[in-house]
Design a protein around this ligand. Structure first.
Ligand SMILES: Cc1cc2nc3c(=O)[nH]c(=O)nc-3n(C[C@H](O)[C@H](O)[C@H](O)COP(=O)(O)OP(=O)(O)OC[C@H]3O[C@@H](n4cnc5c(N)ncnc54)[C@H](O)[C@@H]3O)c2cc1C
Ligand code: FES
Length: 587
């Protein structure tokens, strides 16, 4: 007979961890007496990070005394399993007799006055590692096949330690918690088992989505876990490309067109993707890496980039002053996830300044395909002198059946002509979007300075465009994800304190910073990225969840610990890897 040994609750609290503040509900303590199990929580319980934990599907977390005793032996911790230790794994219910390799998703249990249904295994997260003082804990729980499981509350009611756990129903399709856990996190995602899992109605939507992704894309690493930011991986390494022409597009933007040195076809980009250039402005210094969106038509013969030369910009000035037709540049394969999606509906290409480059490639693609979609080109520039691609865009818009453009100049020069060079004075604003007639059902592709993108996202929301239809590219590094970390001061990427060792050089291409690997200071490339304030996404920090999966532009890494499932070819997991020699990472 299965039994509820302990009911454990705790509200989120702030704790100090590696010099940061983490808001977490992982600390649970046994309660005396009975408590109410509600649809979202046990009474007196809460989760710190509702994106990763909690909610209807993950209202109550259960962990078994048998697993406590397993970890007691494995970790050499005699106190694990004492009544005072209950709640250690962040569980609400410490149970006896519901092993992960027997309990199935969809099993229903009456406990006290409430009825519960098993929805999914534990979500991997670094916070259980903090609680257990064992950083590998997230990986160990998953790889051991003892993750524990979440329960949905079917009937609310009171529960208490000592209650019997009575099985009252089960799903038609029988798959255990261990099997489901293994199917997502370990290699060999059997097609048959995935299809079987999809037939379990009680499986939570999050896991269902991951299994759907694995079924759609069985070969690209672990598609069930790969974050959007790491989709479309590209082969690492650089191509030697010959500069064919250099063209001035405006007072501070020049285009560089390159083709393969050896005449071999180039990897074809998807419209909106960028390449990474390896340049060496200081011949005595290390190379530096800069990302540039491809701005021309997609082609396997040539790439065109368009570079804004900043007054003190190292790479931009070197490209302008030193590079000439006939020179050779080192250029990565195209990468990135800012890509024009197929569809029939309206498209809005919305940019400011040099942010025009990736959306221009999209405009080329739409024009080349003779698209009948409604295409709106909206661009904000200072004046005619600072307005690149004006004639090129006009030609492409004219080639489209339903194309139109709307240009704002913030400070038009006296000779700039209204209705010829530009449509409105000022910045693109909410009312300018209304003037331009932006449809609410458009797919919007947005690129420009950070403030501009924030304003445009707000303006689009006001027009009723759902966030899922707004796709944006930032030229200032990636989006960070650090679940539960609060109050961290955001600084631009920088060299870490005391950099200058002789270890391999780790270059973060999007952030424009390169730092030396110091094996005594960092456990992983993730820790080095954090020391540089490079924006990075992570969750388990132990090679399970793939949230930290990032593009490898060049070089090689070694894993320690080995990830449970390898990332896609061309990507790495930064939380458990170290550079073998110099590496360039798309962060
Ligand atoms: C995905 C992606 C796509 C991109 N696409 C493009 C593109 O299509 N075109 C493009 O031009 N850029 C693009 N970028 C940005 C590009 O990678 C570079 O970051 C940018 O061109 C600046 O590089 P830089 O070496 O010329 O300037 P850096 O030397 O890196 O300088 C960066 C900024 O700091 C300022 N600065 C530097 N030194 C000083 C100083 N001593 N005093 C005051 N200010 C200083 C510079 O003026 C500049 O504004 C993209 C970036 C990403 C991540
Ligand atoms: S943070 Fe989970 S795999 Fe790296």
């Amino acid at each position: 007979m299965a039994r509820l040994l302990s009911v454990n609750v705790g509200l989120p609290r702030d704790i100090e961890w590696k010099g940061r503040t983490v808001h977490t509900g992982i600390w649970k303590n046994p309660i005396h007496g009975r408590c109410r199990a509600g649809r979202l929580n046990l009474e007196g319980d809460g989760q710190g990070d509702l994106r990763g934990h909690g909610g209807e599907q993950r209202a109550v977390f259960a962990y078994q005394i048998e697993s406590y005793l397993y970890w007691q032996r494995q970790l050499g911790r005699p106190a694990l399993g004492d009544a005072t230790s209950f709640g250690q794994f962040g569980e609400n219910f410490t149970v006896e007799g519901l092993p992960d390799d027997q309990v199935c998703i969809g099993d229903r249990y009456r406990i006290g006055g409430a009825v519960f249904e098993v929805t999914q295994p534990r979500v991997t997260c670094y916070r259980v590692g903090i609680r257990m003082n064992e950083p590998r804990m997230a990986a160990l729980l998953t790889s051991s096949g003892r993750p524990g499981f979440y329960l949905r509350v079917l009937e609310e009611g009171e529960v208490g330690a000592g209650d019997e756990i009575v099985k009252v129903g089960e799903a038609d399709v029988r798959m255990t918690v261990s099997q489901i856990n293994q199917l997502l996190y370990l290699p060999n995602h059997s097609h048959d088992l995935l299809e079987c899992a999809m037939r379990i109605e009680a499986l939570s939507p999050g896991w269902r989505g991951s299994f759907e992704a694995l079924l759609r894309n069985p070969r690209a690493g672990n598609a069930g876990l790969m974050p959007e930011a790491a989709a479309h991986p590209a082969a690492p390494g650089f191509h030697r490309l010959k500069v064919m022409s250099i063209d001035r597009e405006s007072i501070d933007v020049l285009s560089i067109t390159m083709q393969a040195f050896d005449g071999q076809p180039l990897p074809v980009a998807q419209p909106g993707q960028h390449v990474v250039l390896r340049v060496r402005p200081d011949p005595a210094g290390p190379p530096i890496f800069r990302s540039y969106s491809l701005s021309g038509p997609v082609s396997d013969e040539r790439y065109r980039i368009s570079v804004k030369v900043e007054p003190h910009g190292v790479a931009g000035r070197w490209l302008r002053d030193q590079v000439r037709a006939g020179d050779v540049l080192d250029v990565s394969s195209p990468r990135g996830t800012f890509i024009l999606k197929d569809g029939e509906g309206p498209v809005v290409l919305l940019s400011a300044g040099i942010g025009a480059t990736p959306v221009l490639a999209m405009l080329h693609t739409l024009a080349a395909a003779g698209s009948t979609r409604q295409v709106s080109w909206l661009h904000s520039a200072r004046d005619r002198e600072h307005h690149p691609f004006a004639a090129e865009v006009q030609g492409l818009i004219a080639a489209l059946r339903h194309g139109r453009s709307y240009i704002c100049y913030s400070r038009p020069a006296p000779l700039d002509k209204s209705s010829v060079d530009f449509d409105a004075v000022g910045h693109l604003t909410q009312s300018a979007l209304a003037d331009a007639g932006i449809p609410w059902d458009a797919d919007v592709y947005l690129c420009g300075p950070t403030g501009f993108m924030a304003d445009m996202k707000t303006a689009m929301a006001v027009r009723g465009v759902p966030p899922s239809r707004i796709h944006s590219e930032s030229f200032n590094g990636s989006e960070a994800m650090s679940p539960g970390v609060t109050g961290a001061v955001k600084r631009p990427p920088h060299l870490p304190e005391g950099d200058g060792g002789s270890g391999p050089l780790v270059s973060f291409a999007r952030s424009g910073v390169a730092a030396h690997w110091d094996r005594s200071a960092y456990q992983s490339i993730l820790e080095l990225a954090e020391a540089c304030d490079v924006a990075v996404r992570w969750s388990c920090r132990s090679g399970v969840c793939h949230n930290c999966e990032s593009g490898l532009v060049s070089g090689a890494v070694a894993y320690d610990p080995e990830p449970l499932d390898r990332p896609a070819e061309g990507n790495i997991l930064v939380c458990c890897s170290r550079p073998v020699h110099d590496v360039v990472i798309d962060l």
